[in-house]
Design a protein around this ligand. Sequence first.
Ligand code: SAM
Length: 340
Amino acid sequence: MTRLPDPSVRPAGLADQFGRVARDLRVSVTDRCNLRCTYCMPAEGLPWMPRAEMLTDEEMLRIIGLFVRDGITQVRLTGGEPLLRRSLVDLVAGIAALEPRPKIAMTTNGVGLERVAHRLKDAGLDRVNVSLDTIDSQTFTRLTRRDRLADVEAGLKAAADAGLTPVKVNAVAMRGINDESVADVLAWCLERGYELRFIEQMPLDAQHAWDRSDMITADEIRERLSRRWELTPLPAADRGSAPAERFLVDGGPETVGIIASVSAPFCAACDRTRLTADGQVRNCLFSTTETDLRGPLREGATDDELLALMRGEMWRKRRGHGIGDPDFVQPDRPMSAIGG
Ligand code: SAM
């Protein structure tokens, strides 16, 4: 039986009541996006955050710096679409200058990455994950409501050329849309040396249309891939806090990952925390509450006061995300405004 720490004895740092400690900070640098993926956003987009509510680079760097001081070792930039933040290269450079320097990663749709991949690498970005659900151009256009597959392909290639490696590709499998072609995406990634991970679709769409019975499960993805390749699971002990169960493909060395966020949640090993573009700390993707840092920061809060707020938010982290519980409530913020 796992022994839980005594909740009356609160340790320093970004710990919660279940013995987890945050090491991985996801920063949403903007809620805007240049694609309109049907499972994420309506065709007309969303009411974007007013600029005045968004953290400036200086504010963001101060908060990230405090997180790093308190034990964060990896910062992942996301959004919205992080490449839409004009100051992104400077922001990366600012994070790379923090002591101790965290690892810096980015999750992007890849549109426009071709132009900026080398500059991001020079500024200190270590790795990218590019989201790509299909390699069929018509399906891509239908799914994202934009004809930009060629841009994403160019972005991926530029990322590999710039040394933002290993280049990872994230794909969400959806019934009747791309579920029949998951093997084609893997074949495509294997040919190019990209590491593919499939992710189960989660209840985070702005339209609140997610339906569990319609979700393509991790087991289904594995079964479909197994028709073409032999998949050998890598030892669970190698997984740590990483969400993907990884498999050697035909004996390796190539691998494919499957993230069963809904059917086999990995909350017990979660080491993540999140900062939104408008300065809210969220201890979970599925939180229905958050802690405001922007207000106190703009009113002159000291570093220690901000740290106390960040730690308090982590301490309140629930044991699990609770999808499937009878009282589960989807967060008001859609994925694009939380940062995936
Ligand atoms: N724009 C960037 C991108 O496309 O990677 C970063 C933000 S996007 C919200 C991050 C990831 O979340 C993408 O891989 C996207 O496919 C995924 N995503 C969005 N809605 C999702 C959902 N309901 N369930 C699972 N993944 C989702």
